[in-house]
Design a protein around this ligand. Structure first.
Ligand SMILES: N[C@@H](CCC(=O)NCCCC(=O)O)C(=O)O
Length: 262
């Protein structure tokens, strides 16, 4: 059977005055080497996206982290200078992709910006510069030059016993993770269950309530150490298994047009 394919929504980057649609290598490598799937970078357009046309052709969705933030207007807030930088094309592509993947039961793994997009896509809100709030740690990217240091595993999160995340990680209770974010979930979307938190109460993992398939988000970065860190590896392996199962289950249907929302 050919390897299943996972959609990865791109970020917009400007390189020498040219607009690029880009996805970070670390997510694509973790998907290939640990989840055992192929990835397809989905261009980020502010309009004209035919989401079902993309989802008809993939077996999973992997939503990566990014230095940009979800625009506050998407969760009912006025944008202020602390909420940026923004990537409206990423927002316009990623949020509908997340919602439709959940509706269609296509496996979804959302990481860092991805969990924040998942929360907003389902009606939740975000807080900016969380480290400025009383009692909240500094979850930002460590100010070190090398990437291994930026993504160093350095903080405990507490995973709920019996949760989806515990099942996928292969353990519950205290898990050591990395942390590179300035925003976090403020109001959790009604359809999300918080399944892991940091000691300061920051939401670190969620699952979609009554999901038809694998559908979780994590605030940390399992992709970075997916080959060497056991919980990171387990999460990507579980995602790969869900994607292969979906590919196998939908194989027979690919001869028939998939029912589309009217
Ligand atoms: N912008 C959001 C999400 C942070 C995130 O996805 N970090 C990973 C990329 C880090 C980087 O490249 O700077 C937030 O800050 O909360």
């Amino acid at each position: 059977m050919p390897k299943p394919v996972v959609a990865v929504p791109a970020d917009i980057r400007v390189i020498e005055d040219a607009i690029w649609h880009a996805a970070p290598d670390q997510y694509l490598k973790a998907a290939a080497k640990v989840a055992g799937v192929m990835t397809l970078i989905v261009p980020a357009f502010e309009e004209g996206n035919d989401i079902d046309s993309i989802l008809d052709r993939v077996d999973g969705v992997l939503v990566s982290g990014a230095a940009s933030n979800v625009h506050p207007s998407l969760y009912g807030k006025e944008a202020t200078e602390i909420d940026g930088p923004f990537d409206p094309a990423r927002d316009a592509t990623s949020l509908p992709l997340i919602r439709r993947a959940i509706e269609r039961g296509i496996p979804l793994l959302a990481i860092c910006r991805g969990i924040q997009e998942l929360n907003v896509a389902l009606g939740g809100t975000l807080a900016s510069e969380i480290q400025e709030q009383p009692g909240i740690w500094d979850h930002r990217k460590p100010p070190v030059p090398e990437r291994d240091g930026m993504y160093a595993i350095r903080q405990p999160v507490f995973v709920e016993e019996g949760s989806c995340i515990a099942n996928y990680l292969g353990l519950a209770g205290e898990v050591q993770v990395n942390s590179l974010h300035r925003q976090a979930i403020a109001e959790t979307a009604p359809r999300l269950k918080v399944e892991a938190t940091a000691e300061d109460g920051t939401v670190e993992a969620v699952s979609v309530i009554d999901a038809k398939n694998f559908a979780v988000g994590v605030q940390w970065h399992p992709e970075y150490w997916a080959e060497t860190d056991a919980p990171s590896r387990a999460l990507f392996e579980a995602f790969g298994e869900a994607v292969r199962a979906y590919a196998g289950r939908s194989q027979g249907k690919q001869d028939m047009p998939i029912a589309r929302a009217s």
